[in-house]
Design a protein around this ligand. Structure first.
Ligand code: HXC
Length: 257
């Protein structure tokens, strides 16, 4: 049987590839559980400092698998806690997760990319929330994360008309962090991930937690959270090492302590 999720380790980076080319990487339980298991393994591996989630050249993921969902009834969706049960493992990852998106990122594929900490897009990427066309709505965070990323006007446009957004528009609108020529997407994303993984992991985790807090709190509560984390950073050996290395004009060696 083909493995629908493949993993590789590149230095200190864990790479997860969605591998259902025959269905443009449509997301079923095997894929989502596989991604969750890979995240579990990379989070437990102390040599890994950053995770990259990617698909193929043609599709990051063209959505939740429509064949898998089409006969669901309400009680099944509710009782199995569809989406919340396994998709949200990406959201709970404590190490940074970068989505490297080429080709289609539609419906649940766009939503899964938005669950990651940032999106690097190939110039071939196409984002969309076309669920309205098949009689449902974005149900894996699209109606909430998209307006936070690109504002209400464009989010409404995408969710209500089902139009796709290309990489250039997505970058201009704030959905993606970088647009990269397709042939260099993985290389450039892995390079950025290695940079992150070279820093102090507890500091990286505190930064991720603090930035995410901005979306969960008032400004003053968020600032308080940041300040507590900032003060706590002075308890780290890596803070002593980082500042000593700067003063001594050498490269810091972090020990994640
Ligand atoms: C199941 C899918 C699929 C999907 C594509 N395929 N998307 N199978 N679920 N979401 C399959 C096709 O059936 C086809 O299989 C093969 O992949 C290739 O797709 P084509 O349509 O032949 O390719 P193309 O003409 O290039 O068109 C690409 C496309 C189109 C524009 C991306 O496939 C498309 O519109 N897909 C559906 C997109 C969508 O509606 N996504 C949202 C799903 S709902 P065969 O066997 O025929 O070759 C969703 C809900 C999220 O995501 C909320 C909760 C999770």
């Amino acid at each position: 049987m083909t493995q629908v999720v493949l993993t590789e380790i590149h230095g200190k980076v864990g790479l997860i590839r969605i591998n259902r080319p025959e269905a443009l990487n449509a997301l079923n339980n095997d894929v989502v559980d596989g991604i969750g298991a890979a995240i579990d393994a990379f989070e437990a591996d102390e040599n890994i400092g950053c995770i990259v989630l990617t698909g193929s050249e043609k599709a990051f993921a063209a959505g939740a698998d429509i064949g898998f969902m089409k006969d669901f009834d309400y009680m099944h969706a509710y009782q199995t806690d569809f989406i919340t049960r396994n998709w949200e493992r990406i959201k709970t990852a404590r190490k940074p997760v970068i989505a490297a998106v080429a080709g289609f990122a539609l419906g649940g594929g766009c939503e899964m990319a938005m669950m990651c900490d940032m999106i690097f897009a190939a110039d071939t990427a196409k984002f969309g929330q076309p669920e309205v066309r098949i009689g449902i709505l974005p149900g894996a965070g699209g109606t909430q994360r998209l307006p936070r990323a690109i504002g209400k006007a464009k989010a409404m446009d995408m969710c209500l008309t089902a139009r796709m957004m290309d990489a250039a528009e997505a970058e201009q609108a704030g959905l993606v962090a970088r647009v990269i020529p397709a042939g260099q997407l993985l290389e450039e994303t892995l390079k950025a991930a290695q940079t992150i993984a070279g820093f102090s992991l507890p500091v990286v985790m505190m930064i991720k937690e603090s930035v995410n807090r901005a979306f969960e709190s008032s400004l003053n509560e968020g600032l308080l959270f940041e300040r507590r984390a900032f003060h706590a950073a002075f308890a780290l050996e890596d803070q002593k090492e980082g500042m000593a290395a700067f003063a001594e004009k050498r490269k810091a060696t972090f020990t994640n302590r």
